[in-house]
Design a protein around this ligand. Structure first.
Ligand code: AMP
Length: 282
């Protein structure tokens, strides 16, 4: 597996692959890789001739009081996982390689889409995500790019950004990979102490409850999210950021839980903010 630290190195290699008629898949990550990331790599390897994984903790998507400094990192472990799953190149740039000191250009969706759900408490987050993903698209020029449904709003926003900016890159969404007790795998799970780790299953319990109520015929968004909230509020270590139903494409709030509606939640367990979601009818 090639370890590329510079933009020039990535460009040179992907240009060679493309000249040989090979297709290229991109999996953007912030490192500290787990089976959730691995599932994206597996999918990319199965669909593309060559797979590039970016491993970059992107500072522009963290707010001033968020966990940029504390964000976990383990590049050696990441490389071992990526080798095992058949990635061809990992792009591991320094911040200075990705951002000029006076960088002032951003890619931002100006509709309400990035202000909904996670955008309410993370106002600059999706601008940072769109900017770094746009840069990665320009650097790697992939045919396909892979994103997890775990970050459902991010996936919807990237789809919109890729469409609006005419990237011509196929955006592939991949299902949520979970621990055996249902907790969605996340690099941030490492912040949880033993008691918090137990309490963190409340997100999946809420997802399961929401799905069950819908299966039983309940279609009122308020009714279902209220029951999910009640369940989460019974967990002393949990504090709700939001539990919301949104249009799966625009992220606008909805009243009725038709197929395709996203039911998403963000919950603090202690100081760690965790997210989960499901799509009605899936
Ligand atoms: P991150 O490193 O957290 O920025 O995540 C990189 C990519 O992996 C994103 O597209 C995430 O949605 C995806 N991802 C993270 N955790 C999971 C998971 N548990 N299941 C599926 N995809 C995931």
């Amino acid at each position: 597996m090639i370890i590329a630290k510079t933009v020039a190195q990535v460009r040179e290699q992907t240009a060679k692959w493309k000249a040989d008629g090979l297709t290229v898949g991109l999996v953007p990550t912030m490192g500290y890789l787990h089976e959730g990331h691995a599932s994206l790599v597996d999918k990319a390897v199965s669909e593309c001739d060559r797979v590039v994984v970016s491993d970059f903790v992107n500072p522009t998507q963290f707010g001033p009081n968020e966990d940029l400094e504390a964000y976990p990192r383990d590049f050696e472990h990441d490389c071992a996982l990526l080798e095992k799953h058949g990635a061809d190149m990992v792009f591991y740039p320094d911040v200075s390689e990705m951002y000029f000191p006076d960088a002032a250009t951003y890619v931002e969706i100006l509709s309400d889409m990035p202000k909904m759900l996670c955008g309410k408490t993370r106002p600059i987050h999706f601008r940072g995500v769109c900017t770094v993903v746009a840069k990665l698209f320009n650097i790697v020029t992939p045919d396909k790019a892979y994103f997890g449904q775990k970050d459902a709003q991010q996936l919807a926003i990237i789809r919109r950004m890729a469409r609006d900016m005419s990237y011509g890159i196929e955006i592939v969404g991949c299902p949520i990979i979970r621990e055996s007790d249902g907790l969605a795998k996340s690099s941030r799970n490492t912040y949880l102490n033993a008691d918090e780790r137990k309490a963190a299953t409340v997100l999946y319990r809420a997802v399961t409850l929401g799905k069950r109520l819908i299966q039983e015929g309940e279609r009122g968004a308020d009714k279902v999210t209220a029951e999910m909230k009640k369940l989460i509020e019974a967990e002393p270590l949990a504090r709700i950021d939001y539990v919301s139903a949104a249009d799966g494409v625009t992220m606008e709030p909805v009243d009725k839980l038709d197929d395709g509606v996203l039911v998403a939640l963000a919950v603090y367990i202690g100081r760690t903010r965790l997210i989960d979601n499901f799509t009605v009818g899936e």
